[in-house]
Write a protein that binds this ligand. Structure first.
Ligand code: ADP
Length: 268
């Protein structure tokens, strides 16, 4: 069976053409969905332990082209866990106040506190993607950002935050299919934006920007995962598996109970 390497070797130059967005390994839809259900249960239990322990946090970053499935993956993977323990942040076009600061200022405010899982729907990577492709700042400014990002993520890691970054990899043909679905189905019309078309026209420029972002910022403390995402069920499975494996490795433990609990009498 063909092999697929979810995490490129840190330091290597990534070529997205070598990653097949259709890849599903030996899974079919039914077996993948069943496993995701199972993983959701595990995730729920691990999240509770993380919260109870209150010493570490997890940051999960999602990036993708339009229709790539960021919203779907977040809903499917995190749908079953206690909403009080997860903070999802969607990063939009920066406000005037945000633009008056360094690009990480708005991001840092949303990194997860100890005990929490933080989920980023788009992220600081927009500042080396759309900002680069649309030439919103001079080259000399965005080029330095890879280093800024690595230092920033290292700081978070040193402070007890595990970081997982997912690039949901769809093909240009698959995007066309999904855009057509959004146009044809009235209940999906709201998801279609004419503004997404100029972005599609710059597909190759975005792929180059993603390749550089992934290559330059794929570190041992904040690895990039290139998730084959043409099939939604396989995408969700890869994301769920990676998150559960990481939380298992973090091994959050319930704090020891207060002393003398066996002598406590609850008054009438
Ligand atoms: P989404 O497509 O994620 O569902 P929106 O349709 O509201 O949400 O799109 C958010 C927009 O904000 C995207 O076009 C994205 O490129 C843009 N954006 C996010 N961060 C930045 C940034 N730092 N600079 C410029 N544009 C940004």
């Amino acid at each position: 069976m063909a092999k697929y390497k979810l995490v490129p070797t840190p330091g290597s130059k990534v070529s997205l053409k070598k990653y097949d967005p259709e890849f599903v390994g030996s899974y079919d839809k039914e077996s993948a969905r069943a496993e995701v259900d199972d993983l959701r249960g595990k995730l729920s239990e691990l999240q509770e332990r993380l919260y109870a322990e209150g010493k570490q946090s997890l940051l999960v970053v999602f990036q993708a082209m339009d229709t790539g499935g960021k919203d779907g993956a977040i809903e499917k993977v995190f749908g079953g866990i206690n909403p009080a323990g997860v903070q999802v942040t969607s990063f939009k076009v920066p406000s005037a106040l945000e633009l008056a600061h360094d690009f990480l200022w708005r991001i840092h405010q949303h990194t997860p506190s100890k005990g929490y899982i933080g989920v980023f729907n788009r992220s600081h990577y927009e500042d080396v993607l759309v900002v680069r492709v649309n030439k919103l700042v001079p080259d000399s400014v965005w080029q330095k950002r890879y280093e800024h990002i690595n230092h920033f993520e290292h700081l978070l890691a040193d402070n007890g935050t595990r970081i997982l970054k997912f690039y949901l990899h769809i093909s240009k043909d698959e995007q066309k299919k999904r855009m057509l679905d959004r146009l044809r189905q009235p209940d999906k019309n709201w998801k279609f934006s004419k503004g997404d078309l100029p972005v599609r026209e710059r597909w190759d420029d975005y792929m180059s920007a993603y390749e550089d972002a992934i290559s330059n910022c794929n570190t041992s403390y904040a690895p990039w995962h290139i998730v084959p995402a043409n099939n939604k069920w396989y995408r969700d499975l890869m994301v769920a598996k990676t998150i559960v494996k990481t939380l298992e490795d973090m091994n959050p433990t319930y704090p020891s109970p207060e002393e003398g609990l066996d002598e406590v009498v609850i008054p009438d």
